[in-house]
Design a protein around this ligand. Structure first.
Ligand SMILES: [Zn+2]
Length: 192
């Protein structure tokens, strides 16, 4: 590794540290010419498929966007951070193993929804109803982040306002279900 101080390309390794369960290896090095010490970092190159957005543009897959979307949907819900992290890892791994070079942002959004369904009903409904009104997960996250901060409305309130519709939808679900139950109930005159 070329020394950042003098440009010499011979060094010796003083120390090697493994981080993130072997995902990152850091090495402390010393230049053999000028004795300058510096650190290098080695990590696996992950080849995620390119994300194809609904508007036709492409972008690099980013774990943080998935994490942001899930975190927002799980706000004030009894979902521990460890479970959110696990979900993000699981979905990212799935994307990594996707057999094609491109993956649509809708496909990713659908997978997030499917996973949230098994974790928390409210988080699922929030994500599903909010997400479906946007073009894709990025727009969803960007919209929540980019709410104009007026004097009366801060970002947190804006997010809650967006989620209000989701809550309303949640509340209407039981009434639909009970109506179906009434319809499917047996007729009054049962054969004896
Ligand atoms: Zn040097």
């Amino acid at each position: 590794m070329r020394c950042p101080a003098c440009g010499h390309d011979e060094d010796r390794v003083l120390d090697t540290r493994i981080q993130k369960q072997g995902e990152i290896i850091r090495r402390r090095r010393e230049c053999l010419k000028c004795r300058n010490r510096f650190t290098t970092q080695e990590s696996l190159v992950l080849n995620y498929p390119t994300v194809q957005k609904k508007d036709g543009t492409q972008e690099t897959f980013m774990k943080t966007k998935i994490a942001n979307g899930i975190q927002m949907a799980c706000q004030k819900r009894p979902v521990p951070m460890t479970q959110i992290d696990f979900l993000v890892e699981k979905i990212s791994q799935w994307v990594l193993e996707y057999p094609q070079k491109n993956i649509s942002s809708q496909t990713i959004g659908q997978v997030v929804m499917d996973e949230l369904k098994n974790v928390d009903d409210v988080a699922y409904v929030r994500f599903a109803s909010v997400y479906r009104t946007f073009k894709d997960i990025n727009e969803f996250v960007e919209t929540l982040h980019g709410q104009p901060v007026s004097k009366t409305l801060n970002i947190k309130q804006s997010i809650e306002k967006v989620f209000e519709n989701a809550r309303t939808e949640t509340e209407t679900v039981p009434s639909i279900q009970s109506a179906q139950v009434e319809r499917s109930s047996p007729p009054d005159s049962l054969p004896n």
